[in-house]
Design a protein around this ligand. Structure first.
Ligand code: NAD
Length: 253
Protein backbone atom coordinates (compact mmCIF):
# COMPACT_ATOMS: atom_id res chain seq x y z
CA UNK A 1 0.00 0.00 0.00
CA UNK A 2 1.05 3.58 -0.68
CA UNK A 3 4.33 2.83 -2.44
CA UNK A 4 4.66 6.19 -4.16
CA UNK A 5 3.32 9.10 -2.12
CA UNK A 6 5.86 10.97 -0.06
CA UNK A 7 4.31 13.32 2.47
CA UNK A 8 7.64 14.24 4.03
CA UNK A 9 7.52 17.47 6.03
CA UNK A 10 3.72 17.45 6.18
CA UNK A 11 1.49 17.03 9.20
CA UNK A 12 -1.52 14.71 9.18
CA UNK A 13 -4.33 14.62 11.75
CA UNK A 14 -6.67 11.62 11.85
CA UNK A 15 -9.76 11.42 14.04
CA UNK A 16 -11.10 8.03 15.05
CA UNK A 17 -7.53 6.87 14.54
CA UNK A 18 -7.33 4.06 17.10
CA UNK A 19 -9.15 1.50 14.94
CA UNK A 20 -10.51 0.72 11.50
CA UNK A 21 -9.90 2.96 8.55
CA UNK A 22 -8.57 5.84 10.67
CA UNK A 23 -5.83 3.56 11.98
CA UNK A 24 -5.07 2.24 8.48
CA UNK A 25 -4.72 5.80 7.21
CA UNK A 26 -2.48 6.88 10.10
CA UNK A 27 -0.13 3.98 9.30
CA UNK A 28 -0.24 4.56 5.53
CA UNK A 29 0.66 8.24 5.48
CA UNK A 30 4.36 7.67 5.10
CA UNK A 31 6.74 10.55 5.59
CA UNK A 32 4.29 12.81 7.42
CA UNK A 33 4.11 13.44 11.14
CA UNK A 34 0.78 12.05 12.33
CA UNK A 35 -1.55 12.96 15.17
CA UNK A 36 -3.84 10.07 16.07
CA UNK A 37 -6.92 11.38 17.88
CA UNK A 38 -9.59 9.13 19.31
CA UNK A 39 -12.21 8.83 22.00
CA UNK A 40 -9.90 6.10 23.28
CA UNK A 41 -6.78 8.22 23.87
CA UNK A 42 -4.88 5.36 25.47
CA UNK A 43 -5.24 3.12 22.42
CA UNK A 44 -4.43 6.06 20.12
CA UNK A 45 -1.25 6.59 22.18
CA UNK A 46 -0.27 2.93 21.86
CA UNK A 47 -0.78 2.97 18.09
CA UNK A 48 1.23 6.19 17.82
CA UNK A 49 4.10 4.52 19.68
CA UNK A 50 3.98 1.64 17.19
CA UNK A 51 4.41 4.18 14.36
CA UNK A 52 7.36 5.74 16.22
CA UNK A 53 8.87 2.26 16.73
CA UNK A 54 8.69 1.78 12.97
CA UNK A 55 10.66 5.01 12.46
CA UNK A 56 7.80 7.47 11.95
CA UNK A 57 6.74 10.57 13.88
CA UNK A 58 3.42 10.35 15.70
CA UNK A 59 1.55 11.27 18.84
CA UNK A 60 -1.76 9.96 20.13
CA UNK A 61 -4.32 11.92 22.07
CA UNK A 62 -7.83 11.73 23.45
CA UNK A 63 -10.53 13.73 21.72
CA UNK A 64 -14.29 13.39 21.53
CA UNK A 65 -15.14 15.10 18.25
CA UNK A 66 -18.68 15.74 19.50
CA UNK A 67 -17.20 18.31 21.92
CA UNK A 68 -16.02 21.45 20.15
CA UNK A 69 -13.74 22.42 23.05
CA UNK A 70 -11.91 19.10 22.71
CA UNK A 71 -11.64 19.51 18.94
CA UNK A 72 -10.10 22.97 19.39
CA UNK A 73 -7.63 21.52 21.91
CA UNK A 74 -6.76 18.68 19.49
CA UNK A 75 -5.91 21.14 16.72
CA UNK A 76 -3.96 23.36 19.17
CA UNK A 77 -1.94 20.36 20.33
CA UNK A 78 -1.21 19.35 16.72
CA UNK A 79 0.13 22.78 15.90
CA UNK A 80 2.11 23.14 19.14
CA UNK A 81 3.73 19.74 18.49
CA UNK A 82 4.37 19.93 14.74
CA UNK A 83 3.94 23.64 13.85
CA UNK A 84 1.52 23.14 10.96
CA UNK A 85 -1.43 21.14 9.64
CA UNK A 86 -1.58 19.82 6.07
CA UNK A 87 -3.77 16.72 5.92
CA UNK A 88 -6.66 16.26 8.32
CA UNK A 89 -8.80 13.14 7.83
CA UNK A 90 -12.04 13.79 9.71
CA UNK A 91 -12.97 10.15 9.99
CA UNK A 92 -14.47 9.58 13.47
CA UNK A 93 -18.02 8.34 13.28
CA UNK A 94 -20.50 5.98 14.87
CA UNK A 95 -23.49 3.89 13.89
CA UNK A 96 -26.75 3.65 15.76
CA UNK A 97 -29.02 0.59 15.64
CA UNK A 98 -31.31 0.39 12.59
CA UNK A 99 -34.74 1.83 13.28
CA UNK A 100 -38.04 2.47 11.57
CA UNK A 101 -38.14 6.23 11.03
CA UNK A 102 -41.38 6.40 12.99
CA UNK A 103 -39.81 4.72 16.02
CA UNK A 104 -36.28 6.15 16.24
CA UNK A 105 -35.42 7.31 19.77
CA UNK A 106 -34.38 10.96 20.01
CA UNK A 107 -31.24 9.93 21.92
CA UNK A 108 -29.98 7.93 18.94
CA UNK A 109 -30.58 10.83 16.59
CA UNK A 110 -28.82 13.29 18.92
CA UNK A 111 -25.84 10.98 19.49
CA UNK A 112 -25.20 10.10 15.84
CA UNK A 113 -25.65 13.71 14.76
CA UNK A 114 -23.32 15.02 17.47
CA UNK A 115 -20.47 12.73 16.41
CA UNK A 116 -20.92 12.30 12.66
CA UNK A 117 -22.19 15.74 11.65
CA UNK A 118 -21.28 18.23 14.38
CA UNK A 119 -17.92 16.45 14.81
CA UNK A 120 -16.95 17.01 11.18
CA UNK A 121 -18.26 20.59 11.34
CA UNK A 122 -16.13 21.35 14.43
CA UNK A 123 -13.04 19.66 12.99
CA UNK A 124 -13.21 21.58 9.72
CA UNK A 125 -13.83 24.85 11.57
CA UNK A 126 -10.75 24.58 13.76
CA UNK A 127 -8.52 23.02 11.12
CA UNK A 128 -9.36 25.75 8.61
CA UNK A 129 -8.36 28.46 11.10
CA UNK A 130 -4.82 27.06 10.92
CA UNK A 131 -4.82 26.06 7.27
CA UNK A 132 -6.11 29.38 5.93
CA UNK A 133 -3.07 31.07 7.47
CA UNK A 134 -0.82 28.60 5.62
CA UNK A 135 -2.87 28.90 2.41
CA UNK A 136 -2.34 25.22 1.66
CA UNK A 137 -3.43 21.71 2.53
CA UNK A 138 -6.12 19.13 1.83
CA UNK A 139 -8.95 18.07 4.13
CA UNK A 140 -10.71 14.73 3.64
CA UNK A 141 -13.97 14.08 5.46
CA UNK A 142 -15.53 10.67 5.92
CA UNK A 143 -19.07 10.10 4.71
CA UNK A 144 -20.40 6.71 3.57
CA UNK A 145 -22.39 5.05 0.84
CA UNK A 146 -25.08 6.26 3.25
CA UNK A 147 -24.26 9.81 2.12
CA UNK A 148 -25.18 8.94 -1.47
CA UNK A 149 -28.19 6.65 -1.23
CA UNK A 150 -30.98 5.77 1.18
CA UNK A 151 -31.51 2.39 2.86
CA UNK A 152 -34.40 1.20 5.01
CA UNK A 153 -34.08 1.82 8.77
CA UNK A 154 -31.12 4.18 8.38
CA UNK A 155 -32.65 7.67 8.30
CA UNK A 156 -30.63 9.11 11.19
CA UNK A 157 -27.22 7.71 10.18
CA UNK A 158 -27.72 8.43 6.49
CA UNK A 159 -28.88 11.95 7.32
CA UNK A 160 -25.57 12.66 9.02
CA UNK A 161 -23.58 11.21 6.14
CA UNK A 162 -25.51 13.28 3.56
CA UNK A 163 -24.75 16.30 5.75
CA UNK A 164 -21.02 15.57 5.65
CA UNK A 165 -21.13 15.75 1.85
CA UNK A 166 -23.05 19.05 1.98
CA UNK A 167 -20.56 20.58 4.41
CA UNK A 168 -17.66 19.35 2.28
CA UNK A 169 -19.03 20.86 -0.90
CA UNK A 170 -19.85 24.23 0.67
CA UNK A 171 -16.54 24.60 2.48
CA UNK A 172 -14.75 23.15 -0.55
CA UNK A 173 -15.95 25.86 -2.94
CA UNK A 174 -15.26 28.49 -0.28
CA UNK A 175 -11.63 27.49 0.23
CA UNK A 176 -10.51 26.19 -3.19
CA UNK A 177 -9.14 29.54 -4.33
CA UNK A 178 -7.45 29.96 -0.95
CA UNK A 179 -5.24 26.93 -1.60
CA UNK A 180 -7.13 24.37 0.46
CA UNK A 181 -8.88 21.42 -1.18
CA UNK A 182 -11.70 19.71 0.69
CA UNK A 183 -13.11 16.36 -0.44
CA UNK A 184 -14.99 13.44 1.07
CA UNK A 185 -14.69 9.66 0.85
CA UNK A 186 -17.81 7.50 0.82
CA UNK A 187 -16.80 4.01 1.95
CA UNK A 188 -18.98 1.00 1.22
CA UNK A 189 -19.04 -1.87 3.67
CA UNK A 190 -15.50 -2.13 5.01
CA UNK A 191 -14.17 -4.88 7.27
CA UNK A 192 -13.48 -2.85 10.42
CA UNK A 193 -14.41 -3.28 14.09
CA UNK A 194 -17.58 -1.24 13.38
CA UNK A 195 -18.80 -3.79 10.83
CA UNK A 196 -17.62 -6.77 12.88
CA UNK A 197 -19.76 -5.48 15.76
CA UNK A 198 -22.76 -5.12 13.46
CA UNK A 199 -22.27 -8.68 12.13
CA UNK A 200 -22.06 -10.10 15.64
CA UNK A 201 -25.46 -8.61 16.45
CA UNK A 202 -27.33 -9.85 13.34
CA UNK A 203 -26.85 -13.44 12.14
CA UNK A 204 -28.21 -12.84 8.61
CA UNK A 205 -26.42 -9.50 8.11
CA UNK A 206 -23.50 -10.83 6.06
CA UNK A 207 -25.83 -12.50 3.53
CA UNK A 208 -27.80 -9.24 3.25
CA UNK A 209 -24.62 -7.19 2.75
CA UNK A 210 -23.33 -9.57 0.07
CA UNK A 211 -26.52 -9.18 -2.00
CA UNK A 212 -25.48 -5.57 -2.66
CA UNK A 213 -21.72 -6.03 -3.00
CA UNK A 214 -21.02 -5.79 -6.74
CA UNK A 215 -17.41 -6.79 -6.12
CA UNK A 216 -18.39 -9.82 -4.04
CA UNK A 217 -16.45 -9.05 -0.88
CA UNK A 218 -16.11 -6.50 1.89
CA UNK A 219 -13.64 -3.66 1.48
CA UNK A 220 -10.42 -3.38 3.46
CA UNK A 221 -9.49 -0.38 5.60
CA UNK A 222 -6.31 -0.01 3.50
CA UNK A 223 -8.40 0.51 0.40
CA UNK A 224 -10.08 3.52 1.99
CA UNK A 225 -6.72 4.82 3.24
CA UNK A 226 -5.38 4.65 -0.34
CA UNK A 227 -8.22 6.88 -1.56
CA UNK A 228 -7.69 9.35 1.30
CA UNK A 229 -3.99 9.62 0.53
CA UNK A 230 -4.67 10.15 -3.17
CA UNK A 231 -7.11 12.98 -2.34
CA UNK A 232 -4.36 14.59 -0.21
CA UNK A 233 -1.65 14.07 -2.83
CA UNK A 234 -0.54 16.40 -5.64
CA UNK A 235 -2.18 13.89 -8.01
CA UNK A 236 -5.54 15.30 -6.89
CA UNK A 237 -4.53 18.96 -7.24
CA UNK A 238 -7.63 19.84 -9.34
CA UNK A 239 -10.08 17.75 -7.30
CA UNK A 240 -12.38 19.81 -5.08
CA UNK A 241 -15.67 19.04 -3.34
CA UNK A 242 -15.79 15.49 -4.66
CA UNK A 243 -17.70 12.72 -2.86
CA UNK A 244 -15.61 9.70 -3.86
CA UNK A 245 -17.29 6.30 -3.48
CA UNK A 246 -14.90 3.58 -2.31
CA UNK A 247 -17.55 0.92 -2.25
CA UNK A 248 -16.75 -1.92 -4.65
CA UNK A 249 -19.54 -0.73 -6.93
CA UNK A 250 -22.36 -0.58 -4.37
CA UNK A 251 -23.64 2.82 -5.54
CA UNK A 252 -23.03 2.03 -9.23
CA UNK A 253 -26.24 0.02 -9.59
P1 NAD B 1 -14.56 1.80 13.82
O1 NAD B 1 -15.70 1.78 14.78
O2 NAD B 1 -13.94 0.52 13.43
O3 NAD B 1 -13.46 2.81 14.36
C1 NAD B 1 -13.86 4.12 14.67
C2 NAD B 1 -12.92 4.78 15.65
O4 NAD B 1 -13.50 6.07 15.93
C3 NAD B 1 -12.79 4.05 16.99
O5 NAD B 1 -11.44 3.97 17.36
C4 NAD B 1 -13.60 4.91 17.96
O6 NAD B 1 -13.08 4.91 19.28
C5 NAD B 1 -13.46 6.28 17.33
N1 NAD B 1 -14.54 7.20 17.73
C6 NAD B 1 -15.86 6.92 17.89
N2 NAD B 1 -16.51 8.00 18.32
C7 NAD B 1 -15.61 8.99 18.43
C8 NAD B 1 -15.67 10.34 18.85
N3 NAD B 1 -16.82 10.88 19.28
N4 NAD B 1 -14.54 11.08 18.85
C9 NAD B 1 -13.36 10.53 18.45
N5 NAD B 1 -13.23 9.26 18.06
C10 NAD B 1 -14.35 8.49 18.05
O7 NAD B 1 -15.13 2.58 12.51
P2 NAD B 1 -14.72 2.48 10.98
O8 NAD B 1 -15.50 1.39 10.36
O9 NAD B 1 -13.24 2.55 10.81
O10 NAD B 1 -15.40 3.82 10.47
C11 NAD B 1 -14.72 5.03 10.33
C12 NAD B 1 -15.62 6.01 9.62
O11 NAD B 1 -16.07 5.44 8.39
C13 NAD B 1 -16.89 6.40 10.38
O12 NAD B 1 -17.18 7.76 10.15
C14 NAD B 1 -17.96 5.52 9.75
O13 NAD B 1 -19.24 6.09 9.87
C15 NAD B 1 -17.48 5.50 8.32
N6 NAD B 1 -17.96 4.38 7.53
C16 NAD B 1 -17.66 3.09 7.89
C17 NAD B 1 -18.08 2.07 7.05
C18 NAD B 1 -17.75 0.63 7.33
O14 NAD B 1 -18.27 -0.26 6.63
N7 NAD B 1 -16.87 0.31 8.26
C19 NAD B 1 -18.83 2.35 5.91
C20 NAD B 1 -19.11 3.66 5.60
C21 NAD B 1 -18.66 4.67 6.40
Amino acid sequence: MNPTYDFKGQVALVTGAAKGMGLATAFAVSGASVVLADLDGELAGREARRIVDEGGAAIGLACDVAEEVQVAAMVDRTVSEYRRLDMPFNNAGIQVPPSDAAEEPLDNFERVTAVNQRGVWACMKHELRIMREQGSGAIVNCSSLGGLVGLPQRAAYHGTKHAVIGMTKSAGVDYAARGIRINVVCPGTIDTPMVQEMLEGQSDAMAEIMKEQSIGRLGHADEVAAAVLWLCSPGASFVVGVALPVDGGFTAH
